[in-house]
Design a protein around this ligand. Structure first.
Ligand SMILES: [Zn+2]
Length: 336
């Protein structure tokens, strides 16, 4: 399903209209400290929003921001929809950030010129509680600002014990050098993505049809000694099964890595990358443009794997996020 950018303004835009002015004053306030904290957040919001509101504009919030999911948990991908409420289009230099994370904004595919969209990553290591999104833009040669408070919930993640080749738990000095080189190569790739979205039109879908056999964020104990977080999601699949590209983009890596085995990384633009690990065969090459559902390789058990499966990863702005939540959040951009 698709909609044109000039959709009628009367059409309902959001399922939830909980924060129409960027504040959370509609929340039940349960204690005095919550009341004081809420008052401070409210004052901050007003103070930062005030410069952009002229005498003819009674609305104190120049931006309307909606998050999906609206109360993300650690490890979630979050769709940020921005409506610029003064003027007919968003200022070209409107920027959005949270903590150290710059969130690339792009024209909203389903809305008019006064809308922008972007994707925010809440790291597994994020501190649960109140957080502030910061927006800024230039108006009459002055930098304006606006803050949007949101709440991060703690995620709950299982633990599991796995047995793998000891080489992947206690790497040799030579392997450690290789691991460091590969980490640097991946960092360079993730830092140099296309600025705008390349996935337009089709959105994203799962790369294989199988059920999830390993959830995102699980604390894993390898061979009883090495603890690590599962930074993707595992799908049950047989060796040789085709693996499809989750969304249109450009292949940035297709090679064997120490931990990931045969791996493919696809750049979808606007801070979004997907990765496909433990493949038995790679059928694309770096630089190649790929369309959603195109076959990029075959399921295997290469690298640190206990058997054939597909490990699928999603990176947003350099941070690993839950791929299943990413699919749900981006479905809204494809009108699903
Ligand atoms: Zn995995």
């Amino acid at each position: 399903m698709s909609q044109t950018a000039g959709a009628p303004p009367a059409a309902p835009l959001y399922r939830r209209k909980r924060h129409p002015y960027g504040s959370r004053m509609d929340r039940p306030i349960r204690s005095l400290s919550a009341l004081v904290a809420a008052f401070l957040v409210f004052c901050l919001g007003l103070a930062s929003a005030a410069p952009a509101a002229g005498p003819s504009d009674p609305d104190p919030a120049p931006l309307r921001i909606v998050l999906t999911p609206d109360e993300p948990q650690t490890g979630d991908a979050v769709l940020v929809e921005v409506e610029c409420r003064s003027g007919t289009s968003c200022p070209p230099d409107v920027r959005l950030s949270w903590s150290e994370q710059e969130i690339p904004l792009f024209p909203h595919p389903l809305r008019g010129p006064s809308f922008r969209a972007g994707l925010l990553a809440v790291p597994l290591s994020a501190r649960p509680g109140e957080a502030l999104l910061e927006a800024s833009w230039t108006l009459s040669e002055r930098r304006r600002g606006f803050r949007f408070p949101f709440r991060i919930r703690p995620g709950s993640f299982a633990e599991e014990a796995l047995r793998v080749d000891p080489r992947h738990v206690r790497p040799s000095a030579k392997d450690l050098q290789r691991i460091r080189r590969e980490r640097e190569e991946l960092e360079r790739i993730y830092a140099a993505g296309a600025p705008g979205p390349l996935w337009e039109g089709g959105g994203f879908s799962v790369p294989v049809p199988g059920e999830v056999s390993g959830a995102f964020g699980t604390r894993r104990l390898f061979n009883g000694e090495l603890v690590s977080r599962h930074n993707g999601v595992d799908f049950r699949a047989a060796s040789g099964d085709p693996v499809a590209v989750a969304g249109s983009g450009v292949v940035r890596l297709g090679k064997e890595l120490f931990y990931s085995g045969n791996a493919v990384i696809v750049d979808h633009g606007a801070g979004v990358f997907t990765s496909y690990s433990h493949l038995s065969r790679i059928e694309v090459t770096p630089g190649q443009r790929v369309a959603r559902n195109e076959i990029l390789g075959r399921v295997g058990a290469t690298g640190r794997a206990t058997g054939p499966h597909l490990h699928w990863g999603v990176k947003l702005n350099g941070v690993s996020v839950n791929p299943i939540v990413f699919l749900e959040a981006t479905a809204r951009l494809a009108g699903k």
